[in-house]
Design a protein around this ligand. Sequence first.
Ligand code: ASP
Length: 337
Amino acid sequence: MLRRKFLQIGSLGLSAFSFSSFVNLQEKRKPLVLSTWDAGIEANKAAWEVLKTGGRALDAVEKGVMVTEASQNCCVGLGANPDRDGFVTLDACIMDENFNCGSVAFLERIKHPISVARRVMEKTPHVMLVGNGAQQFALAEGFPLEKQELSEPAKKSYEKWLKKSEYNPVINIERSSSSVYQIPQKLDNGDWNHDTIGMIALDANGNLSGSCTTSGMAFKMRGRLGDSPIIGAGLYVDNEVGAAVATGQGEDVIRVAGAHTVIEFMRAGLTPEDACRKTIERILKIKGAKAKDIQVGMLAIAKNGTYGGYALQKGFNYAVCYADNKNNLLDSKFLIG
Ligand code: ASP
């Protein structure tokens, strides 16, 4: 076993080596919750409150990401960046241990899309509702209609974007590879700007669930959807195998059916980390030299409580929580950077 670990590390190369990730490579935990990026630390705390008392993973992943959705300073929820017409449009999905799943997309003026996605799963015969229909359903379910206004940070960044982009809808439609549409974008300080939280959890009963919620790509075309509300792309759970979630350039995650592909690699015997790496290698192969312009990060938990993540580029991190005082931010390994 030890030899196998060293062989795995050897094949990754020194630049991709991170001691904390190595230590966690084969760790088994239960209950356990993982979530994308640094906002995952606060989200994990709320999820942990559910998991530590024997609660269901499904409740944990809903409660957890609601924290991020409610934050006005984050890139998720109604406080997040708008589309290029100035409207915040939200996407979310959720999946439980029995292949039940629900999703909403292009949803406006509703604070907690993840909870609407759960209602779609529990109260309708459908998996996805979008746009006005999703909003009407949310209102009928008693979710309040929030004001149509941008948070202060979003207003500032939108105003900046309008100047820099010389806003012109027709030109922007045609500028397919413009940095205008690249999310997560690399910021001046080298960090990645990101707009999603994805969370996966294993509860004390050994059941898995996942959630994913986003404002999507900043300043996107009106009506654009990424991977985050798409079951099989942004999120997938197979309770016999594992759970996986994605963040980053949604178009490229969709292209490889990202989260589902991770699950299939795990079904074939790969560790969560290796399954994420293999999936990201597919994206790298497809994108070639253009891969340096995008970021994708993936996380997975296997049924046995092992977990891991992998990214296309340096800079992706994720929060792992398995005890009251064990909620750590880990740097992901990566393929290029
Ligand atoms: N995956 C999201 C999307 O493409 C964006 C992100 O993860 O930051 O909409």
